[in-house]
Write a protein that binds this ligand. Sequence first.
Ligand code: WQD
Length: 342
Amino acid sequence: MKKTVLVSGGAGFIGSHVTVELLQAGYEVVVADNFSNCDLTCFEDVKKITGRADIPLEKIDFCDEAAAKGIFKKYHFDAVIHFAAFKAVGESVAEPLKYYKNNLVSFLNVLEAAKEVGGCNVLFSSSATVYGEPEKVPVTEDTPRQPAMSPYGNTKTMCEDILQDTVKASGGTIKGILLRYFNPIGAHPSALIGELPRGIPNNLVPFITQTAIGKRECLSIFGNDYPTPDGTCLRDYIDIVDLARAHVFAVTRMMEGKMKKDCEIFNVGTGRPVSVMELVNAFQKVNNVKLNYKIAARRPGDVTAIWADPTLANKELGWKAERSVEDTLKSAWAWELHLAGK
Ligand code: WQD
C-alpha cells in the first residue's frame, strides 16, 4: 500500500520540486495550496514532469482551521511536509503581523488537525536563518540559534519550538523532523518548474537570471567590503533538486521508523561556501552570458558568512548534495529562458 504525503504549499518553488521527487520515489502526494504566491501552471507542469494527471489538488488556506481539519479527515496522511508560509525577509520587516499570523497560524492548524486524527509524521521547512551570524562556520545542528534578523526568520525559530513541544506532548503520536535549508537555487532539469518570485526578486540567483535576460537593468552586489576572501558574502547554495531529494530521504526515515529521537534536526546544505562574486562569475562562464552588475552598499541584516556542516544529514539520512554549482546555474538560466519563451 503506497504511503500518502500531504505537501502544504505544494505549488510553490520548493513544494513543487518536493512533490515531483516524492511521486518519482513511489509516494502518493496530496498538494494543498492557497495560490497566494504561485499559480496553477506550476502544478500543471508537475503533472507533465511526472506523467501523473491524477495528483489530488486542494485549494485551501491553512489559516482556516476548519479547512485544515477537513483535509485531514478527507485523506489519510502518513506524513505532512509543511511549506505553506510567506518567505520574503524584507516584506516581513515591513509587515510583521502578516507574517506572524500567516506563518504561525497555518502551522498551528496543521498540528491541531494532525493531533485530531490521532497523530502524523510532520516535516517542517526550516531555514539556516535561525543561526543568524554564526560565531563559527561551518554550522552544525548543535550551533546555537541566534535571535532572528527578521520576523520571517523568527517565525522559523518559533515553528521549530512549536513542533518540538508538540512532539514532546504527543505521547509518540506525532514525530517531527526539522530540515534547515541553506540557500536553495536552480530549477528542475526539465526547465518546466523553478523559482518564480513575484515582483522584484529579493534573492540573488533570480535577480541574476532576470538581469541576464534583460528584465532587470543591473545587478547590485550588496557590499564587497566584508571580511571574506573577495569581500563579498559567503553562502551555501544548494540545488533545488538536491534539496527536494533530502525530503524524500527524511520522509522515508520517518516511515521506516529509523528515527533516533521523536524530533530530529538536519542541516540541508552542500558544505561548500561560495561568495556572491564567485557565483556571478560562475554564472557568466557556464552560460556564456555577460552580466551587468555594480558594487552597491551592504544590505542591512545580511550575514557575512554561513555554510553547513552536512555530516549528520549525510550519515543519518543517507542523503548528499550531488549537483555542482555550475550545473545548478545552468538550470537556473534554462528556467529563465523557458519563462521568456526562448
Ligand atoms: C544571498 C547573498 C546578499 C540579492 C534569504 C533568507 C533565507 C532564504 C534564502 C527563504 C547575500 C547577496 C542578494 C541581490 C546581492 N529565504 N545579494 N544582490 O539573504 O542569504 O537568505 O534567502 O527561504 O531564509 O534569509 O539569500 O539570495 O537574498 O542573498 O548581492 O540582488 O546575495 O547580500 O550576500 P539570503 P539572498
